[in-house]
Write a protein that binds this ligand. Structure first.
Ligand SMILES: Cc1cc2nc3c(=O)[nH]c(=O)nc-3n(C[C@H](O)[C@H](O)[C@H](O)COP(=O)(O)OP(=O)(O)OC[C@H]3O[C@@H](n4cnc5c(N)ncnc54)[C@H](O)[C@@H]3O)c2cc1C
Length: 294
């Protein structure tokens, strides 16, 4: 039985703490529940969108006139599948994947340390981080994926997509329109001390993030090209600390917008426009959003 929550404030479900209500919110407990939710979407003649942990999302002030399907609690399974392979549900947090892999003596996913999303959101976004020991090297979730289980909404069947058939790019998976249910990961046996050292190194690299005490959604823009960071470009335009309403460009890192109290999505869009226009004028570079807008 679907448990529907009408008029659900989306600010409660995003790390930004911004956004109006959804017409309806549902957290299916399995693939069957998703299909029931999709039937409900058709019956109500509404659109739908998928959410994981809401850490890469800016929801508009008017909210979402459709059904939000949250892939979380019903999809948290994790298990070993033979040598060095782990299968997880899409609703498992990235943190729990790192912890499980550590306990099992598997290395390779330490770069997910501190990324606050779920496995489904991390795959959709091809989440990643720079390797602290080799700063030129990015580690991304695509590098450790074997396959991704998705729900095909046309055939209503569960399909397993081989990682090679997915068009991953920087912060992009090409999985739009699909609902990610789970994934298989190929990790490597390693000594726990080595895994622990790597986790610590990633944590140290992310220390600056802990200095941001206001709600945010991580990086707002993609880095435009290797060696050119969106944060540095925005900072060079003198925009650190710039405020519109209750939204501000972080004093700590210029590629993060913070909600200083009661920021509206309109305030955040104002800062996004300002940063884009300023960087275009000063450097001739067009910044592209990493943040997803709902
Ligand atoms: C403090 C902070 C630090 C961050 N650091 C990093 C970082 O170092 N590296 C990095 O890459 N990102 C980082 N992020 C961004 C974010 O955490 C990641 O992109 C994360 O992987 C998003 O996962 P989520 O579950 O929160 O996805 P959501 O924000 O819920 O959704 C993001 C997108 O994925 C889609 N989606 C989510 N789940 C599914 C699913 N099951 N099936 C289909 N589509 C789905 C949504 O529709 C949406 O388009 C950070 C964010 C914050 C707030």
């Amino acid at each position: 039985m679907l448990r529907l929550r009408y008029n659900e404030p989306l600010s409660r479900h995003t790390s930004f703490r911004i956004g109006g209500p959804a017409y309806c919110w549902v957290e299916p407990e399995g693939p069957k529940g998703i299909l029931e939710a999709i039937d409900f979407v058709s019956a109500e003649n509404k659109k739908f969108s998928v959410i994981g942990n809401g850490t890469n999302l800016l929801v508009k002030d008017e909210g979402f006139d459709g059904v939000i399907i949250c892939i979380a609690k019903g999809f948290e399974k994790i298990q070993k599948e033979g040598e060095e392979t782990i299968k997880t549900g899409a609703g498992l947090s990235a943190a729990k994947l790192v912890k499980y892999a550590f306990d099992a003596g598997f290395g390779g996913c330490e770069f997910l340390t501190g990324i606050p999303g779920n496995v489904g959101g991390a795959i959709f976004m091809n989440a990643g981080a720079r390797n602290p020991e080799a700063p030129a090297k990015f580690e991304e979730i695509k590098d450790i994926l074997l396959d991704v289980e998705v729900l095909d909404l046309k055939s209503r069947e569960i399909k397993t997509l081989n990682r090679k058939d997915i068009d991953f790019k920087y912060r992009y998976s090409g999985l739009d329109g699909k609902i990610i249910l789970g994934a298989g990961f190929k990790l490597e046996k390693n000594r726990k001390e080595n895994i622990q050292d790597k986790i610590k190194a990633f944590n140290r690299k992310r220390e600056w993030l802990t200095k941001i005490s206001f709600p945010n959604a991580g990086s707002v823009f993609k880095n435009p090209e290797p060696g050119k960071s969106a944060g540095m470009l925005i900072e060079s335009c003198g925009l650190k600390g710039k405020r519109i309403g209750d939204a501000g460009i972080s004093e700590v890192h210029a590629n993060v917008i913070v909600n200083l109290g009661k920021a509206s999505a309109k305030d955040v869009f104002g800062l996004i426009d300002l940063a884009k226009t300023s960087v275009k004028q000063k450097f001739g570079i067009g910044l592209e959003l990493e943040l997803k807008i709902l």
